[in-house]
Ligand binder design. Structure first.
Ligand SMILES: Cc1cc2nc3c(=O)[nH]c(=O)nc-3n(C[C@H](O)[C@H](O)[C@H](O)COP(=O)(O)OP(=O)(O)OC[C@H]3O[C@@H](n4cnc5c(N)ncnc54)[C@H](O)[C@@H]3O)c2cc1C
Length: 452
């Protein structure tokens, strides 16, 4: 009789999912009774810490994505979008499309690592008109948008329109927002040399943050340092403000009162004329999770100390989609890659324990430090308890994150991109990445056929 393999299915190929697969391969890679399966929408791991550098054109697009098949060689990979998780039948269903067959996959053990998506807090106009900074596509679109704005301004004579084309508003003063703002400013200032009518003072980069300070959770002195340095470079901060509207030409922002609540008076509303709002103000778990039968709080899956979903043994949740409260602060852990990877290690250990009937481990997290780069070869870092700022922090950031890229060829490509950036000017070619209209394409081909 053929013995069927036990299936461990990992949903999501982000930091949590990939780290989990790697660890499980080290436990079960040569075990013929266990099959490790991963299902994810994209067939690559996106290295998000370098995403703002793709948006600024410093790093080439494909250099920060790592093919999952190259990192997790002993894992069976399905590229597909998950439609439904049935924890009673132990089934995962994938959407089918005209071009792709749907599928139903059975699991014995499940790891949910589906991450998060941009949270627009129900503002449909913002969702429709704003740029985001979450996926590779977002970064490519944003870079093209910035170059487009420079191109349009160069030949524009209306001073009001010129001003709005050169104003870039970033909603969210967290890591993603601050790093994106720093990179955008670098790109704008470097690219300016090709646009003779644009002066440094014409460019506005504005960060809107609802809290009284940027980089919430970071060491306060370092956050102050970052703000000061960025202000010196021309970046403006509007703290204790929230975006309330964006129609594609004007952003409305509202000043909060001392309790960080929205005041009733309309006079507190300010309008900023801009064509580009970049939304980095929050994330929320993906809809697949919100639609599921699992217990949740604010859309995140509730897990126990072993990162297991309490009512379903053998089902674990990790990364941005899991709700785990930090016992030291009594607040949920923030969504970071570092925490996602730490959770992935514990879950793979616990799966090994579950299969081998030994004791599981409780998840405990000790941060190794925090780092951010803020543009112009400047960074901030808390590293082994030390607070570091300036060029040294920037160097540390680069070293640490370069060492984290799992594939040697990608590491070298990123390093070369950085070297090229030191030696040469920015590339301002704008790629119009839209699918060609096939009907028109055939017409053109017919015409050419006639000529020949
Ligand atoms: C611009 C930016 C900069 C950042 N910088 C840092 C940093 O410097 N340090 C740090 O620690 N963290 C950083 N983060 C946060 C970090 O990226 C996340 O916390 C981390 O990616 C979470 O890992 P995850 O595996 O839970 O989710 P993700 O990495 O988001 O992975 C989720 C995976 O699930 C897949 N998926 C989702 N829904 C479906 C579905 N229905 N079907 C199939 N597949 C699906 C997605 O395609 C993705 O592959 C940054 C984030 C951003 C956006």
């Amino acid at each position: 009789m053929v013995k069927t393999k036990k299936k461990i299915v990992i949903l999501g190929g982000g930091f949590a999912g990939v780290e989990c697969a790697k660890k499980l391969e080290s436990y079960f890679g040569n075990n013929s009774e266990i099959e490790i399966i991963m299902i994810s929408e994209d067939n690559f791991l996106l290295f998000t810490p370098m995403l703002p550098q793709v948006a600024s054109g410093m790093i080439e697009t494909r250099h920060i994505v790592l093919p999952i098949r190259a990192i997790c060689k002993k894992t069976k990979f399905y590229e597909g979008k998950i439609k439904n998780i049935d924890p009673f039948g132990k089934l995962v269903t994938l959407w089918g499309t005209v071009e792709k067959r749907g599928a139903v996959i059975y699991y014995d053990y499940l790891v949910i690592a589906l991450g998060s998506e941009t949270n627009f807090f129900g503002m449909a106009d913002v969702e429709k008109n704003a740029f985001t900074m979450k996926t590779l596509n977002d970064a490519v679109m944003l870079r093209n948008r910035i170059i487009d704005m420079l191109e349009q301004t160069e030949n524009e004579t209306d001073p009001i329109l010129r001003k709005s084309l050169l104003t870039f508003v970033i909603a969210g003063g967290g890591f993603a927002g601050i790093e994106t703002a720093g990179e955008i400013m670098d790109l704008l200032l470097d690219a300016r040399k090709y646009y003779s009518t644009i002066q440094k003072n014409d460019i506005r980069v504005i960060i809107i943050e609802s809290l009284p300070m940027i980089l919430n959770g970071f060491n306060q002195k370092l956050a102050e340092f970052a703000k000061e340095k960025m202000t010196h470079r021309g970046i403006e901060f509007k703290l204790k403000n929230v975006v309330t509207k964006f129609d594609g030409t004007e952003v409305s922002i509202k000043l909060l009162n001392e309790n960080l609540k929205e005041p009733a008076v309309e006079s507190e509303i300010e309008i900023i004329r801009t064509k580009t709002l970049i939304w980095t103000a929050g994330v929320t778990p993906v809809n697949t999770i919100k639609r599921s039968m699992f217990k949740m709080e604010k859309g995140k899956l509730i897990v126990n100390d072993f990162l297991e979903v309490p009512e379903f043994s053998g089902v674990f949740a990790i990364g941005d989609c899991a709700l785990f409260t930090d016992p030291k602060t009594n607040r949920p852990f923030p969504p970071t890659g570092q925490i996602a990877e730490a959770q992935a290690k514990i879950v793979s250990y616990n799966l090994n324990a579950l299969i081998k009937n030994s004791d599981k481990k409780i998840f405990e997290y000790n941060s190794k430090g925090q780092m951010a780069i803020i543009g112009k070869r400047t960074g901030i870092a808390t590293f082994f308890g030390m607070n570091i700022s300036g060029f040294l922090a920037w160097i540390i950031w680069r070293n640490v994150y370069l060492s984290k890229i799992a594939l040697p060829d990608k590491k070298i490509r990123v390093l070369l991109d950085w070297i090229i950036d030191l030696l040469f000017d920015r590339d301002v070619s704008r790629l119009k990445l839209v699918k060609r209209d096939t009907e028109k394409e055939y017409k053109v081909l017919d015409e050419i056929d006639d000529v020949w």
